[in-house]
Design a binder for this molecule. Structure first.
Ligand code: NAD
Length: 373
């Protein structure tokens, strides 16, 4: 069995660049000596038939045929995040029973649920799952924006929604929107597939538009609170698209930094591991040794990645080293009432009314009592 897990980056029009998959497949076709199952682990749309046809054409001998089969969810995540990760389920899209049995045997030691299906459905499962999660995030962000207007607290709302088993708590966190190497490209790719097939999929368009608007909205809030970026010193804490990775692909921090620099701000940054990768985008901003070094003398701090280290930061010390008192929290890491007590002007997402959120937090502390009843 040979796995293909090369990148499938997006092209500017949202379609998927399949050249790496094709390159890898051609290389495999050249080298295999006997019947070989080739597993495509990369996320790519509807190309399984063409790859097989191309190869059948190139390699007519049945013993050298390139077979292609599945789209499980395990390998690439393990590659990037080395922590142990047993997937909820492994989706195997197989063109026939021989391939299906070969792959089932390979995964037998794992305890995950196996879902066996055809190749086209397996590809759609992957795309539909990622697009659904992205849609959930965009939905949570829209609810958050409305919470700000009606004085509700999105943390409480997400908790209430998330405890409904039909909904689930995951991917309901409001913030700056989704980034990273999967969601943006996979949603756009599915949208492109829909358009290619003459199907209008407005939920996907809305998901993308909401996501893009969410970051712009946050930047606008920053600009309004600061009275413009010109001449301001702003510390950006957190660069990676999410915590526990140095992956900067489609990281929201890049967009925020771009706006800050364009507006005439001076930017200092700190991220536990993603600073090296950010230097290729912004070589001339200041990369600091600690969060406090970055925040030293800053008019404002913007927290853009939900690193534990930032959740637990010594806020009193942060306040001391800063010049101003503005904290823009794109990940809702802190308690608004506490931030106010400490003398910060705290701008977060979906928690407009500080006294209401304090009240909500107090009420939430009675949850255990209420739930046990
Ligand atoms: N990262 C994730 O969490 C994740 C999760 C599920 C699916 N995926 C999918 O898996 C695929 C890979 O994602 P990634 O994040 O690991 O991408 P990546 O760009 O980090 O890694 C791809 C690797 O493939 C190598 N490569 C390219 N062409 C090659 C060839 N012909 N032979 C050998 N190696 C080659 C590249 O050098 C690179 O190291 C994508 O399609 C992605 O959508 C990723």
């Amino acid at each position: 069995v040979v796995y293909i897990c090369v990148g499938t980056p997006p092209r500017p029009d949202g379609s998927t660049d399949m050249t790496y998959i094709e390159g890898a497949a051609a290389g495999i076709a050249e080298s295999i000596e006997r019947y070989t199952v080739v597993v495509n682990k990369s996320t790519g749309p509807g190309r399984h038939r063409r790859l097989r046809e191309e190869d059948d054409h190139r390699q007519p001998a049945p013993s050298r045929r390139l077979r292609r089969g599945l789209e499980p969810r395990v390998s690439a995540r393990r590659l990037r995040h080395p922590r142990r990760h047993e997937p909820d389920r492994i989706v195997i899209g197989a063109p026939n029973q021989v391939v299906a049995l070969r792959i089932l045997e390979l995964y037998a030691p794992l305890e995950s649920k196996m879902i066996l299906t055809d190749v086209a459905s397996a590809e759609m499962i992957k795309y539909a799952s990622n697009a659904f999660l992205a849609m959930k995030i965009s939905f949570a962000n829209s609810v958050a924006n409305l919470c700000e207007k009606v004085g509700a607290d999105v943390i409480q709302v997400a908790k209430g929604m998330g405890t409904d088993n039909r909904i689930g708590a995951a991917f309901l966190q409001a913030g700056l929107g989704y980034g990273g190497s999967c969601f943006p490209k996979d949603v756009r790719s599915l949208l492109h597939t829909a358009q290619d097939n003459g199907y209008d999929f407005p939920l996907l368009t809305a998901t993308v538009n909401t996501n893009e608007a969410q970051t712009k909205r946050f930047i606008a809030k920053m600009e309004a609170a600061l009275g413009g970026f010109e001449g301001k010193k702003i510390a950006v804490l957190g660069l990676a698209f999410k915590a526990n990775t140095d992956d900067m692909r489609e990281a929201k921090s890049l967009e925020v930094i771009e706006a800050l620099l364009a507006g005439g701000a001076t930017v200092t940054t700190f991220d536990p591991i993603a600073m090296e990768n950010t230097k290729s985008f912004y070589p001339n901003i200041t990369y600091s040794r600690t969060a406090f070094d970055a925040a030293s003398g800053a008019d404002a701090v913007a927290v853009l990645t939900e690193w534990n280290e930032f959740k637990q930061i010594n806020l009193e010390r942060l306040k001391e080293v800063m010049n101003g008192n503005l904290v823009f929290d794109g990940r809702n890491l802190y308690d608004p009432a506490k931030m106010e007590r400490l003398g910060f002007q705290y701008v977060c997402v979906g928690r407009g009314n500080v006294s209401a959120t304090a009240e909500a937090a107090q009420l939430a502390s009675l949850d255990g009592f209420a739930l046990n009843k």
